[in-house]
Design a protein around this ligand. Structure first.
Ligand code: SAM
Length: 163
């Protein structure tokens, strides 16, 4: 598979999983957490999917497309290892949806970050919340959720928190 094919499939998988998750959280109150703003593409898609939800964005240093910059109050800059543990104080209610797109070119560092992130998210997510991620995460109380049929196993990941 060419890198172009791979990139297209990755973006299609992101969209399919986010679309599916957005439909599943209709009865779950709470904000959305977007981990990894990057260019802002998935943030922009989440805004379109969930226009009435607050979306809190975590990013080391926000450099997104200007049309996809979150409002200042919804942007938490800094390393996840500092901002995620402190995030509970900013949330009025636990999150209904988390999207974590955190991968970098450094596979070992990405795997270590994902291993740390799962347990760190546990205090921030509501019962019935969905977690969609580019890396496999292990969250206490989270169960693997079936991917949309168009998404190959391992390309993206979905968890649902037990009620
Ligand atoms: N979903 C984004 C989009 O659609 O444009 C792309 C996200 S990009 C793959 C990953 C982002 O995660 C990068 O912007 C990077 O700066 C951020 N990131 C990775 N590790 C981080 C960390 N430890 N703390 C804060 N941000 C981090």
């Amino acid at each position: 598979m060419s890198r172009l094919d791979s990139a297209i499939r990755r973006l299609q998988a992101q969209r399919a999983c986010l679309n599916r998750a957005a439909g599943l959280i209709m009865g779950v109150p709470g904000p959305v957490l977007e981990l990894g703003l990057g260019n802002g593409r998935t943030y922009d898609h989440l805004k379109t999917l969930l226009p009435d939800r607050r979306i809190l964005v975590f990013e080391r240093k926000a450099m997104a497309h200007p049309d996809s910059m979150p409002p200042r109050d919804d942007l938490i800059e800094g390393d996840f290892r500092e901002t995620i543990p402190a995030a509970g104080a900013r949330l009025e209610t636990p999150a209904a949806l988390v999207h974590a797109d955190i991968g970098s070119g450094d596979r070992a560092a990405t795997a270590a970050l994902a291993e740390w992130l799962g347990p760190a998210l546990a205090p921030l997510v509501a019962p019935g919340a969905m977690v969609v991620s580019d890396q496999p995460l292990v969250i206490p109380g989270g169960e693997t959720f079936p991917l949309p049929e168009t998404v190959a196993a391992g390309r993206y990941h979905m968890l649902r928190l037990s009620d």
